[in-house]
Design a protein around this ligand. Structure first.
Ligand code: FES
Length: 154
């Protein structure tokens, strides 16, 4: 009788099967972590949380700013920045840096909108990218002065 086993596939050990099952599960979980937010964003059609896209807000606090001051605000689910340049001159933008999306801020001494992540700089009146890696200007918002308040619009 031949004592040497025939060459060919060996039966899978229970440990190998468990490791393959575990790796498959981790791979599926990893793929889901990327797919879920993407699918959620695509299904929203750009709508804000709560289902409706925000196109206008009333921002009474903006009228309390002195020239040279700024305030951050929420425009739907996105951050916004409002800057008062003079008694009657304001500018507002979505406050997401056009480089990689960090939230920008305003530096009054430098008279620039700045991004702390990679040193991006923007003109505070036009929103134009003037230094650093941002590839394009900030997205502007319209500011209308109403009685005792400000309207900020798309
Ligand atoms: S995210 Fe603003 S400069 Fe990179």
């Amino acid at each position: 009788m031949n004592e040497n086993p025939k060459p060919g596939p060996t039966p899978a050990s229970p440990r190998r099967g468990f490791i393959q099952w575990l790796l498959g599960g981790l791979t599926a979980l990893y793929a889901g972590c990327f797919a879920y937010p993407m699918i959620r964003f695509l299904r929203s059609g750009g709508a804000e949380e709560g289902g409706e896209k925000v196109t206008q807000i009333t921002f009474g606090e903006g009228m309390k700013l002195k020239p040279g001051e700024f305030r951050m605000f929420k425009f739907g689910s996105k951050p916004g920045i409002l800057i008062r340049h003079s008694e009657a001159e304001f500018s507002a933008f979505y406050a997401s840096c056009t480089h990689l999306g960090c939230t920008v801020s305003y530096s009054h001494p430098d008279r620039l909108i700045t991004c702390a992540c990679h040193g991006g700089r923007y003109d505070p009146v036009s929103g134009k990218n003037v230094a650093g890696p941002p590839p394009k200007p900030l997205t502007p918002l319209k500011v209308e002065i109403a009685t005792e308040t400000l309207m900020i619009k798309v």
